[in-house]
Design a binder for this molecule. Structure first.
Ligand SMILES: [Zn+2]
Ligand SMILES: [Zn+2]
Length: 395
């Protein structure tokens, strides 16, 4: 069976996370996004594990069910050098035991525990318990593995189970790095809120025997990811090299010459686009035979928000989003599968935007420095502070 799964989200216990990130909200919202399987996130947090137990029925083999949504235990852990790792865990008992072993004190402070473990130490420890591990958002500048290492083996010593691409990268970018040719890629949302433009904004279509931890493990080990769905990397908030304070996009070479300092006084962060170019071995991607399609998405709610000129979480936008979902079941169907003339009958303003998205004629102001990219319709380019600059004098 082909299952749409998002393995990386955060609970209400993570910093900067919505208080609505509760199982009872996540379950119906992820269903509307077309998912069948969701990672719980934060599975080393005792309070969150209690909530998971109270909100779900155990379906056996590591699967916790709420309504008709299945959950598998996952967590992100911060290790040495502030590198983020994603871990998929066999069951509740193991999550509690690993939580005890990994986090000696202040277990309740953050859903994403901060530790001093190296990638190698974490890998060794969680493998004792049959967990799967890989770098989270591997190329991002603050907490991605490749910010500190030029090779994944320098971080883990051994081969981890997968690489999570992160919102600012896709298969086309990652497959320019030779050492990644044997790794399955995961595309996950890293959602901190249940809004439809966050939860399930990236996910994997994965071939499972049945919905169980054992099947998930086998599928990842045997590289049975059948498709990755994810944002156009330009929309990611670390795609381009940019200032973290004023968000100007800066040429990476000039940024380095200026010691990563912006004229506004802010710190410039290297973009994923440039970081991948530094570690790449090929000018063009070389996809291994097993590599599935990467299907580019943009959040439907953001598309609606752009068309109607209203905030993405306003009643107008959410109402129009809901109407489309009620008519066509899931967001993926609206974005990719449903004929445009059918959409036209439900919302004649959105239909041309969906058509433009499918024809790849939507423009994006790229994200960088922590600011998401913006969708632009009808080539109506609202000028962001600076599209691209060549010298600091242009600031
Ligand atoms: Zn992270
Ligand atoms: Zn600046």
């Amino acid at each position: 069976m082909l299952v749409n799964a998002d393995f990386h989200v955060h609970s209400c216990f993570s910093s900067a996370s919505s208080k609505d990130m509760l199982i009872k909200n996540m379950a119906p919202k992820s269903k509307l996004k077309g998912l069948q399987l969701l990672g719980t996130g934060d599975a080393f947090h005792p309070g969150w594990l209690d909530i998971i137990e109270q909100s779900t029925d155990y379906s056996g083999d590591g699967i916790y069910t709420c309504g008709d949504m299945d959950f598998v235990l996952t967590t992100e852990v911060e290790g040495k050098n502030r590198i983020h790792h994603l871990i998929i865990i066999p069951n509740m008992e193991i999550a509690r035991e690993l939580s005890d072993r990994l986090i000696s004190k202040n277990k309740d402070t953050d859903g994403r525990p901060r530790t001093a473990y190296t990638g190698f130490e974490l890998l060794e420890l969680v493998r004792e318990y049959d967990c799967l591990i890989g770098p989270a958002h591997a190329f991002t500048p603050w907490t991605g593995m490749y910010k500190s290492f030029d090779s994944i083996y320098d971080c883990y010593d051994k081969k981890p189970d997968f690489v999570e691409l992160g919102l600012s990268a896709d298969t086309f970018m990652a497959d320019t790095v030779k050492e990644l040719k044997d790794f399955p890629f995961l595309s996950n949302s890293d959602a901190h809120s249940p809004w439809p433009h966050r939860l399930g904004r990236e996910f994997n279509a994965i071939e499972l025997e049945d919905i169980s931890f054992t099947s998930i493990k086998n599928a990842i080990k045997h590289r049975k990811i059948k498709a990755n769905y994810g944002l156009i990397p330009n929309l990611g908030k670390y795609h381009m090299t940019a200032c973290t304070k004023c968000f100007k996009i800066v040429d990476p070479i000039i940024a380095r010459e200026n010691k990563m300092r912006c004229s506004c006084g802010g710190i410039i962060k290297k973009g994923v686009d440039y970081r991948i170019s530094e570690i790449s071995d090929y000018g063009e991607p070389k996809h291994p035979d097993f590599r599935p399609d990467y299907i580019h998405l943009m959040p439907l709610a953001e598309l609606i928000s752009t068309v109607y000129g209203k905030g993405v979480t306003t009643k107008t936008v959410q109402g129009k989003w809901q109407r489309l979902i009620d008519s066509f079941q899931t967001e993926i169907d609206v974005l990719i599968n449903v004929p445009v003339d059918e959409i036209e009958k439900v919302d004649s303003n959105i239909a041309p935007a969906i058509k433009a998205f499918r024809e790849k004629s939507i423009d994006v102001v790229p994200g960088g420095g922590g600011q998401y990219g913006q969708i632009l319709l009808n080539k109506e380019i609202k000028k962001r502070k600076v599209a691209k600059i060549t010298t600091l004098d242009n600031f």
